[in-house]
Design a binder for this molecule. Structure first.
Ligand code: GLU
Length: 484
């Protein structure tokens, strides 16, 4: 088989949303699986929808997820340029070629005429009669020449053949057919010399030697137009795979409100890149069993197009949250540090020059308790500041304990008199105290935890106390006793 070459072809009209990221990701996995190339092409020919800053956001988002491209902007390659706005001459050359072959034609209809046409069609009783009415197909060669010489603005349109069934194979959906009569003579080249999506997309896929087109299924209706263009040029078509739609949890289309946030929004919310990667990979694709948590290498190994279903997949944000929690627990504290430390500084728990090696064991202790990276910093509060509030439920339980003040006083004195203060010596102190007094952990460990941290759960208290330090721990115990 010839080389596998796939591309992600975003238009820089806004942020990269999760649907686009899923398309990029499937292309990436497919390329890596087959030793092929993953290209990035920027489809920036619609100047009216161009969005300043979108490009940077697309690059950052893809790189953050690890979707590095083998050819494309900032990377290069032998099929460049990879911005369509820099390939205008090529599009013009091939549009002109189709005109010469008699397969396309210049159209001089003004926008007023086209608007009028649309208005008449819309009010007509026959709903099929929509689209361009082929008015300029009838112009003679001389008429066209004269109009062009006079500088009349024109577009180039493709001649759609009459009464043909256009059929193509889709890897995911099988044979798909469209009737040519449902298509109108669509524009290839606009008056400003820019190509339409269809023309540029087909020319680029051809010259960039794209072997497989994996894209969202909203492009299925464009595919017959592309088939006709490939035929007109006499080029071989790529293999198409239109990816199933992603629905929101309530069943409708994904919208910004319902999960379709940008990739960078998920980053800002504290989602780990591999969690998002793994989650998106399972939207439409399945590795063949119930396996969900996978490394990148496993996904590459298992990825095949025949395991992509045609059924819509649902964006289940609870599942993403669960996966993210899983990957946070798995992540090393060092990986989380760059996200957690600035947040701690922002919360005024530490200064920016705080020693990383002290922070890492605390992150290690606490990371398994958060579903989002952004939440970790908040859960670390009591390591740095004394609690200002105490968990209500735990306080109610403690209110029933008669010997509370006695236990806390004994422990405060015990910690104070430790000569070799460490997590181990504190742990030993707790155990010998419980033994001599004949008390269970609930009557000793629990009050100490609430007094020192303000909450009813968390990592081992001897580790917490060792981190907070002897003086501060004793001070918190005494302050709590005072409060009673
Ligand atoms: N520029 C199109 C988009 O924004 C690309 C569609 C395609 O992959 O053919 O999604």
């Amino acid at each position: 088989m010839s080389e596998i070459r796939v591309r992600f072809a975003p238009s820089p009209t806004g942020y990269l949303h999760v649907g686009g990221a899923r398309t990029a990701l499937f292309n990436y996995l497919f390329a890596k699986k087959n030793g092929g190339k993953f290209l990035l092409r920027i489809e920036d020919t619609d100047r009216t929808r161009y969005h300043e800053g979108a490009l940077d956001e697309i690059f950052t988002s893809l790189r953050w997820m690890g979707l590095d491209w083998d050819e494309g902007p900032e990377v290069g390659g032998d099929c460049g340029p990879y911005f369509q706005s820099e390939r205008l001459e090529l599009y013009k050359k091939y549009a002109d070629e189709l005109v010469e072959k008699g397969l396309a034609y210049h159209c001089f209809c003004s926008s007023e005429r086209l608007e009028q046409l649309r208005a008449t069609q819309e009010s007509s009783e026959n709903p099929q009669a929509t689209g361009y009415d082929r008015h300029c197909r009838g112009l003679s060669a001389d008429e066209v020449k004269a109009k062009l010489a006079a500088g009349e603005p024109s577009v180039i349109r493709l001649k759609i053949p009459d009464s043909q069934t256009i059929t193509f194979d889709d890897v995911i959906r099988g044979k798909i057919s469209f009737e040519s009569d449902t298509l109108d003579d669509f524009v290839l080249l606009k008056t400003d010399g820019f190509p339409t999506y269809h023309l540029a997309n087909v020319i680029d896929d051809h010259f960039m030697r794209v072997s497989h087109v994996l894209r969202g299924d909203e492009w299925i209706t464009s595919a017959p137009k592309h088939v006709l263009l490939y035929r007109a040029f006499g080029w071989e078509t790529p293999i198409w795979a239109h990816l199933p739609v992603i629905l929101s949890e309530t069943g409708g289309k994904l919208s910004k409100r319902k999960g379709a946030a940008s990739v960078m929004d998920y980053y800002r919310e504290g989602v780990l890149p591999h969690a998002l990667f793994n989650f998106l990979a399972l939207l439409g694709w399945s590795p063949g069993d119930d396996k969900e948590i996978m490394t990148l290498e496993e996904m590459i190994e298992l990825f095949t197009l025949d395991r992509i279903g045609a059924k819509p997949s649902v964006f289940d944000s609870k599942k993403l949250e669960w996966m993210n929690g899983h990957y946070i627990t798995e992540a090393s504290a060092e990986t989380l540090l760059p996200e957690v430390k600035p947040a701690l500084v922002e919360l005024c728990y530490i200064n920016a020059d705080y020693d990383d090696s002290k922070l890492i064991p605390v992150i290690e202790m606490m990371k398994g308790r958060s579903k989002k990276v952004t939440e970790i910093a908040g859960t670390l509060n009591y390591f740095f500041v004394k609690p200002s509030e105490f968990d209500e439920g735990s306080m109610k339980k403690l209110a029933k304990q008669d010997n509370l003040v006695e236990v806390l006083t004994d422990i405060a004195n015990g910690i104070e008199s430790l000569t070799d203060f460490s997590a181990e010596s504190v742990d030993a102190l707790f155990h010998s105290y419980m033994e001599t007094k004949g008390l269970g952990f609930g009557k000793v460990g629990m009050p100490i935890r609430v007094a020192i941290t303000g909450v009813g759960g968390g990592p081992s208290m001897h580790d917490v106390i060792a981190f907070i330090g002897k003086e501060e721990s004793v001070a918190r115990l005494r302050a709590f006793i005072e409060m009673k």
